[in-house]
Write a protein that binds this ligand. Structure first.
Ligand SMILES: [Zn+2]
Length: 297
């Protein structure tokens, strides 16, 4: 089944919900970065959250970034999505190996670390981007994203995210859901939801049982007047280009670029998100330095 996101409402509009299947997206991230199981789980959960959160933005050119920085061995996670769930990301140390938790799960909380922060940056085309900042709750990502919504956007939110990898580290399945209470929603529905989520299987078990995002939302909200609104694509995709890398170089300033030309006689830049390499010759660097100094005047 292709990766996708389902957008839905329930309780007469009192609830909005998203559910995502992101197995291929997380597998692409795993192949790109050579992530260990626990690193795939941490990055994959964040990619899945970003894919759904990007669908909450209104305009085509809006961009969403999630940064997670804990004190665990993973060293940090960065994920970026455009408004149509083209998602990319990386972790600082993709080769982290930790024992599984007593329940046999990847110990994402330990890998990320419990002390640190989660940032959500939304570039909505305004002068300044919106930045939401919260301390980490558990480093398990799902709980941290839920806390971000409650504390920073004042929206009571349930977030479940999961990644299942096999012994060969390939991704077996990945996905998640975000369920939010809209203003004026019946308070009783919170308790109903909490019970329902508590009693339901984990997301990777539901996916292993063959449930797709629609079936998952039906299980959770079927008794509350679920209405499926849209089925939307999502995928792992980088948008780097020679142009973009030139702009990065120019932002260093002409002095730094000339220094590279003089000492290294060229430069090689690697994209953090897809590992593509961009090479610039000494002549190209000198031309960019000219460009940079003319821009700074
Ligand atoms: Zn790239």
């Amino acid at each position: 089944m292709e990766d996708h996101i389902i957008r839905a409402t329930a309780a007469g509009g009192g609830i909005r919900a998203f559910a995502a299947l992101t197995t291929q997206m997380v597998q692409s991230a795993h192949v790109t970065h050579g992530t260990s199981g626990v690193a795939s789980a941490a990055l994959g959960r964040t990619l899945t959250a970003a894919a759904m959160m990007s669908r909450m933005m209104k305009n085509e050119r809006d961009m969403l970034t999630i940064q997670i920085k804990g004190d665990g061995p993973l060293g940090g996670i960065v994920v970026v999505s455009d408004s149509i769930s083209n998602v990319r990301g990386y972790v600082h140390n993709p080769q982290v190996y930790l024992p599984l938790t007593p329940t046999g799960k990847f110990d994402v909380g330990q890998a990320v670390g419990k002390n640190g922060y989660l940032n959500v940056i939304k570039d909505l085309g305004l002068k300044e981007p919106y930045v939401g900042y919260v301390d980490l709750v558990s480093g398990e990502i799902g709980e941290d994203v839920a806390y971000y919504f409650a504390a920073s956007e004042q929206i009571p939110t349930v977030v479940c995210l999961g990644v299942l990898a096999g012994p060969d580290e390939n991704i077996i399945n990945a996905g998640g859901y975000i369920i939010q209470l809209m203003p004026g929603a019946d308070e009783e529905i919170i308790e109903y939801l909490e019970d329902k989520v508590f009693l339901s299987d984990s997301i990777t078990v539901m996916l292993s049982d063959g449930k797709d995002p629609t079936a998952i939302l039906e299980e959770l909200l079927g008794e509350k007047g679920l209405e499926i609104n849209e089925r939307l694509p999502c995928k792992y995709q980088c948008n780097c280009s020679t142009d973009r890398m030139e702009r990065n170089l120019i932002s260093l300033g002409s002095k730094e670029i000339l220094n590279m030309a003089d000492t290294q006689h060229g430069a090689e830049l690697q994209c953090h998100f897809c590992n593509s390499k961009y090479r610039f010759t000494e002549e190209e660097l000198r031309a960019l330095a000219n460009n940079s100094s003319s821009k700074s005047i």
